[in-house]
Ligand binder design. Sequence first.
Ligand code: NAD
Length: 465
Amino acid sequence: MSSYEGLLAAVVAKQGGRPSTDPATGEIVGHAPEHTPEDLDRAVRSARAAQPGWAALGHRERARLLEAAADAVDASAEALAELITLEQGKPLSGPGSRFEAGAVSGWLRATAAIPLGTEPIEASGATIDYQPVGLVGAIGPWNWPAMIATWQFAPALRMGNAVVMKPSEHTPLSVLAVAELVNRVLPEGVFTVLSGGRELGAALTGNPAFGKLMFTGSTRTGKAIVAASAGHLPRLTLELGGNDPGIVLPDVDPEAIAEDLFWGAFLNTGQTCACLKRLYVHEDVYEAVVGALANVADKASMGPGIEEHNTLGPLTTREQFRIVDRLVEQAKASGARVVTGAEPDRDAPGNFYPATLIADIDPEQPLVLEEQFGPALPIVRYTDLDEAIGMANALDTGLGASVWSADPGRAREIATRIQAGTVWVNQHGTVDPMIPFGGVKGSGYGLEFGVEGLKAVAVPRVING
Ligand code: NAD
């Protein structure tokens, strides 16, 4: 029995259920339970019963249990990584599923360790401290299912809340597997994962038992959640879609930045919220940057993630494949230049879309303006920096952005002019459990990670006098 099979057997539906398929082959990995609104009611009752006791344990004991949960994940990390690869598609190696399984325990440990106590308010006798909300509902996407689930449940648990989570219908098994591991040490009822489709997500969103909702997914669904929850006013953290720009200044060494630029765009085959999704390159270095990126693209090996040598996997869903295909075909028809890729095998059983670089593209093309969420990077030529900043800021998204320059001080100055939750300098998309992360504009609101992330899943209480 290979290492993931025991973990899979523990989480699949006892009978029936919804098939979860391997995006590399189209074969069924396993059937996830199809949880119902009645299961949701039961989970809410258990969470309500368990939460006061969990809160009463205090920060130190909850942190100890989150550490123990991280140990449980580490003990089965290879099995979890294999399951993520089979269900979501990302390769085992590189910044793939082993990295993701490591991030689950890494985030648990870092979240356990963040100090947060009562804070005095300067020049007054008042203090502020952070109480549990009670029940936190969480809904997640399919691109980094296990890691993003942990971004949601670890801080919420740390702050003394109980959590009910609904993962994406495309990757339920990976998140059920995380719950299976961490629930080996957590008290019963504090963390429940229910698998199901959009309707179950809508039922969770509309349930007034939740004082806080954490949502990571598309902007469209984020807006639906705001509308559906307006009647009972839960606090919201919305991590939504992005269309991150990168601006390359004329002073760069194209060879030196090419690897980081490439992986900033193609991490997880481009299916990352904060991937570089449109690149603006100054005309002086345009051809050199395009050439250096093409060299890196040619070396990347795409195939089933379960094969160790592959660094790029399939797209998780056929729908995402079609979106990328449509945007690239439109760009080709508009006269843009295909540097590499753009010739997918549409009849293959797997959702493999080749790593694609599109140069000399009109900045108004849909491939530039819409979130492709896949392995196709449009590279726009610019002459004037103000014009590039204007194009970077023109869209109604603002998750991440990056500035690339031999002069990091100048790049930081330019970064202050860009509308995004994070602007990276000479890198794109790196995240750290201690550094706050979140979007602006259509990319959502609220912060995750670090002490701000803990405060976001708590209720502030001021005592004055
Ligand atoms: P999606 O919005 O289609 O689905 C996300 C989740 O919402 C799923 O679990 C789905 O079942 C659920 N859902 C759908 N309709 C619902 C409704 N009406 N009420 C409640 N829940 C509902 O998003 P996706 O396709 O899974 O994820 C891709 C998107 O997520 C991309 O736009 C990407 O940029 C974004 N994303 C953002 C971040 C971030 O941190 N900002 C991280 C990862 C992904």
